[in-house]
Design a protein around this ligand. Structure first.
Ligand code: GDP
Ligand code: MG
Length: 182
């Protein structure tokens, strides 16, 4: 039998306001760790996660941490270049970070496209879900569902870097989508 070994390298952006948990999500996903003592990331920072997708497909996921640029408002095109997907993260305990979600989405849509000219697949991460109760949970879920439909997000996930909730699932979802267009 013939073997088909496929390898992909995908650049995926992780963006959103300062303090929403971008670095924590990446650290949890790639290094299986979490820390309360955080230092703002400075400069461009990226991490590599190798995903044995199935028997004949290997995915190298390069996660680009926005790395302190959130303070300056405008990300450069250079940073977004050749990305094939993105996570926009907000902090469910701070509504201002949700208001910024559209700003980030527009910024991506303006500055980067897939090779065919299509917009980048973007997944919304409602992070710090360990910090809210189940009643609030349900209301937010209904809202996020329609929000994503209306605003061109592929999907959304509650995540917690602290308690390791849904980060693998969100990554699998986005990678699965990227692969389906290959
Ligand atoms: P960034 O600026 O978006 O990279 O955010 P950081 O990853 O540096 O996180 C900012 C703060 O939020 C840190 O004190 C983290 O410990 C905390 N944090 C990040 N993710 C979570 C989470 O899922 N739950 C809780 N409770 N705190 C979190
Ligand atoms: Mg950071």
């Amino acid at each position: 039998m013939e073997e088909t070994n496929k390898e992909f390298l995908f650049k995926v952006l992780v963006i959103g306001d300062l303090g929403v948990g971008k670095t924590s999500i990446i650290k949890r996903y790639v290094h299986q760790m979490f820390s309360h003592n955080y230092r703002a990331t400075i400069g461009v920072d990226f991490a590599l996660k190798v995903i044995p997708w199935n028997e004949d497909t290997l995915v190298r996921l390069q996660l680009w941490d926005i790395a302190g640029q959130e303070r300056f408002g405008n990300m450069t095109r250079v940073y977004y270049k050749e990305a094939v997907g993105a996570f926009v993260v907000y902090d469910i305990t701070r509504s201002s970070t949700f208001e910024a979600v559209m700003k980030w989405k527009h910024d991506i849509d303006e500055k980067v496209y897939l090779p065919g000219g299509l917009p980048l697949p973007v997944v919304l991460l409602a992070n710090k879900c360990d910090s809210i109760g189940t009643g609030e949970d349900k209301m937010l879920a209904d809202h996020l569902h329609s929000y994503c439909k209306e605003n061109g997000f592929l999907s959304w996930f509650y995540t917690s870097a602290k308690e390791n909730v849904n980060i693998d699932e969100a990554a699998r979802f986005l990678v699965g989508h990227i692969l389906s267009n290959k």
